[in-house]
Design a protein around this ligand. Structure first.
Ligand code: SOE
Length: 381
């Protein structure tokens, strides 16, 4: 089988999720190519060495530039903090590499646009890891919408709630905590959490045209691990926004890292003229469906679909009906679809251009939060 020789940059949490997907790919899918874990790169050599041993990478690099020139690397997988996505992705495109980039695409639209330009100019296949689209229940939701079962959409509502930054003692900067540093991340919950919800929302319900937001930073100063000083916090700790979709429906989005007790509550609901859909990541093997059209009123009600049958998206690749898969499989499913697209020449989504649309919504949300007014997103229709 043809090889897909991977050079992955970044040994954090996302480096693990992507490495796991590469390792498991051919155990479950036969997309025509086999991921080979060639090189792991991290500026911390010791960390990279340990990571290489755990995940089975053949060699370690401490400078990602070396990967660009390496003839034995086909694909660059970018799992570093947001601030480094653009430079690495643009260099990878110029070197003609296939690219996987962790979400969000970049810190801003201005940073994301040259990335899109670079991959399109080079004609290299590219993927942005908005993994939740490929949770089978969410893929099934898309299928039901495309089958016309929901009818005209009216309302979309979604949230993503966590609680790990409530303590004022949590510093900004450093491993995982770069997410609290606006210079490294670009924004707070908007780019880190709501970017996922925005991607899924536009996948299911089409482009978002206008937003009005209220953002808040509850802890105004935190110790910065890189400088050792207490510095102002520039990220949004919480974000609430209302959206208008191009199809005429309205959306409500909510995210915070200050929802005590919630580790990763992530839900969505779509209400249409002929039916409704509900999903909750904490019970990710279920999709709730209310069918109005074509059902006698005395037996109408919410139906809980256990998304584990062979005919459900991706599920025939895993176990037997009734047995569940998890968070990590959403990365695996995305990678399998991507590799299949490499083989067939079909267009993969979400690619950099698609992720740029999500970036535009995030930026409009942040701007609206600052200015307290409706902002046009400029998303491609
Ligand atoms: C933040 O806590 C985080 O790890 C995000 O960075 C991921 O994208 C999200 O899927 C889970 O939460």
């Amino acid at each position: 089988m043809k090889e897909l020789r991977v050079g992955l940059v970044g040994c954090g949490f996302m480096g693990r999720t992507h490495s796991n997907a590469h390792r498991r790919l051919n155990n479950f899918f036969q997309p025509g190519r086999r991921s080979v874990l060639k090189a792991i790169c991290d500026t911390n050599a010791e960390k990279a060495q340990a990571f290489a041993e755990t995940w089975g990478y053949e060699r370690v690099e401490t400078d990602w530039r070396k990967l660009m020139q390496a003839p034995d690397i086909d694909l660059i997988d970018i799992c570093v903090p947001n601030f480094a996505h653009a430079e690495i992705a643009i260099a990878a495109a110029q070197a003609g590499k296939i690219i996987i980039c962790e979400k969000p695409l970049a810190r801003s639209v201005a940073e994301a646009e040259p990335m899109v330009e670079a991959v399109e100019k080079a004609g290299v296949p590219n993927l942005v890891m908005f993994n939740y689209r490929r949770v089978p229940a969410i893929s099934l939701a898309k299928q039901l919408i495309d089958e016309g079962r929901i009818g005209r959409p009216y309302h979309y509502r979604t949230n993503f709630l966590q609680d790990w930054t409530i303590s004022a003692d949590v510093p900004q900067g450093g491993d995982a905590l770069w997410r609290l540093d606006v210079k490294a991340a670009g924004s707070g919950v908007t780019g880190d959490l709501l970017a996922h919800n925005i991607d899924t929302a536009m996948y299911l319900n089409g482009p978002i045209t206008r937003v009005v937001a209220r953002t808040e930073t509850f802890v105004k100063e935190r110790m910065h691990t890189l400088t050792g000083k207490v510095e102002p916090v520039g990220i949004d700790d919480a974000c609430l926004f209302i959206a208008e979709f191009a199809n005429g429906s309205l959306g409500l989005f909510e995210s915070t890292r200050y929802a005590r007790g919630h580790k990763a509550l992530k839900t969505l609901e779509l209400n249409g003229a002929d039916g409704s859909l509900k999903f909750n990541l904490e019970e990710m093997e279920y999709l709730d469906y209310f069918q109005y059209a074509g059902v006698e009123s005395h037996v109408r009600g919410w139906r809980r679909i256990h998304v584990t049958n062979g005919e459900h998206p991706y599920m025939s690749k895993y176990w037997v009906p009734g047995l569940v898969i998890g968070y990590e499989h959403s990365f695996l499913n995305a990678l399998a679809d991507f590799v299949e697209c490499l083989e067939t020449g079909r267009k993969f989504q979400p690619d950099f251009r698609c992720a740029l649309q999500t970036q535009k919504v995030c930026e409009a949300v942040i701007q609206s939060g600052k200015e307290g007014r409706w902002v046009e997103t400029g998303v491609e229709l």
